[in-house]
Ligand binder design. Structure first.
Ligand SMILES: [Zn+2]
Length: 367
């Protein structure tokens, strides 16, 4: 993320603080002063915010540790004024993985609260008598940290994107239905939740015992945007999943003849930029593949050699109905650059990995 300060590295994961976090501290100090806090009171308030953000880092580390258990690396942990983000290098594959990784964050806040609890009993013999103010000071500091961690655990379990609860619910639903459909259901719940926040913020609906605040409209909008983004992302994977390679393959391709000499073949390459060619025999039956660079390399030393002498005899055949996502991984994994596509025995196209990669990238961008 741009404009971030690297705080350090935990388990090899860089932890970065966004510059806008300093604005939050300045704003809180300013608000504290306006409320008539003493310097001491402002310092307690800032110390409280920093401690909560330490808890947020631990929450994100919870996700990262669970991800590592399933062999998924975490790129970075970014801390913003609105919370933290652990960016995983690859998405969890199975519902149980998504379930565990999502749940690990709120569980970490639960664990922090559990660790604080004995100290609370020790520090506050008279029970919750210091829970008289939401302004942190020496006597209620630990109690407020405890309460905030409970609040973080519970609020993160709300089943609306981008909260962890949305992923927990999606993972549970995905065990019974497709991930696409499960995301659709959670998207609907997220939209309802956003609408509720917006209407509450506009004071159209009231929540007993709680005041309204115009900032709820912004938060509702943020939730709606996050939900839309998540749904679109899953939609792209779904769309790629439905795409077949006949949408991507090149139908206008050059064939080389087995008996042609390299000198003649190289002339035909001038007006063509493909990296690999299919070679056919005198009956137009495919017999091999040859790379452009092999022809250009050998044409100067042995121009009279034939294509058939230097071609690769073995090649993998595709069918036009094969799925884009499967072939993408097949080609990437085996470093295959070009594959011919056959409809039964008729050659119908050539599939280039470069085109396939561009197709997948474009779908990711929603084109
Ligand atoms: Zn989380």
């Amino acid at each position: 993320m741009n404009g971030s300060l690297k705080l350090g590295q935990v388990f090899g994961i860089p932890i970065r603080l966004h510059w806008s976090f300093s604005l939050l501290l300045i704003y809180m100090a300013y608000a504290g002063r306006n409320y008539g806090y003493s310097i001491n009171g402002i310092l307690w308030l800032l110390g409280f915010i920093l401690t909560i953000f330490l808890c947020v880092i631990l929450h994100e580390l919870g996700h990262a540790i669970a991800a590592k258990y399933f062999g998924i690396e975490t790129q970075s942990i970014d801390i913003l004024p609105i919370g933290g983000v652990a960016s995983l290098k690859t998405a969890p594959k199975k519902p149980i993985e998504e379930f565990s990784i999502a749940l690990a964050g709120p569980l970490m806040n639960g664990l922090i609260a559990l660790c604080i609890f004995p100290f609370l009993l020790w520090l506050i013999p008279n029970g919750l008598r210091y829970f008289d103010s939401i302004n942190p000071y020496r006597d209620n500091f630990l109690l407020l940290i405890f309460a905030t961690n409970i609040l973080l655990a519970v609020s993160n379990l709300i089943p609306a994107f981008p909260m962890d609860g949305s992923r927990v619910l999606r993972a549970i639903l995905s065990m019974k239905m497709s991930r696409y459909f499960a995301t659709g259901i959670v998207f609907f719940l997220s939209a309802c939740f956003s609408l509720f926040l917006i209407l509450w913020g506009m004071n159209i609906i009231q929540v007993p015992g709680l005041n309204t605040n115009p900032i709820l409209i912004l938060i509702g909008g943020f939730f709606l945007m996050s939900a839309r983004k998540e749904f679109q992302h899953v939609q792209v994977i779904h769309r790629i999943g439905a795409s077949t390679i006949d949408e991507v393959m090149d139908k206008d391709f050059l064939l080389l003849k087995k008996e042609d000499r390299l000198l003649d073949a190289s002339k035909a390459l001038v007006s063509n930029t493909a990296k690999d060619y299919l070679v056919v025999d005198e009956n137009n039956d495919p017999v091999g593949m040859l790379a452009r660079e092999d022809i250009l390399q050998k044409v100067t030393s042995s121009p009279q050699q034939t294509i058939g002498e230097i071609m690769e005899n073995r090649f993998h055949k595709l069918r036009p109905i094969e799925k884009v996502n499967e072939i993408y991984f097949l080609m990437a994994h085996n470093h295959l650059r070009t594959l011919p596509v056959f409809n039964d025995t008729t050659l119908v196209g050539m599939l280039y990995f470069d085109d396939l990669r561009k197709f997948v990238e474009a779908k990711k961008k929603g084109k």
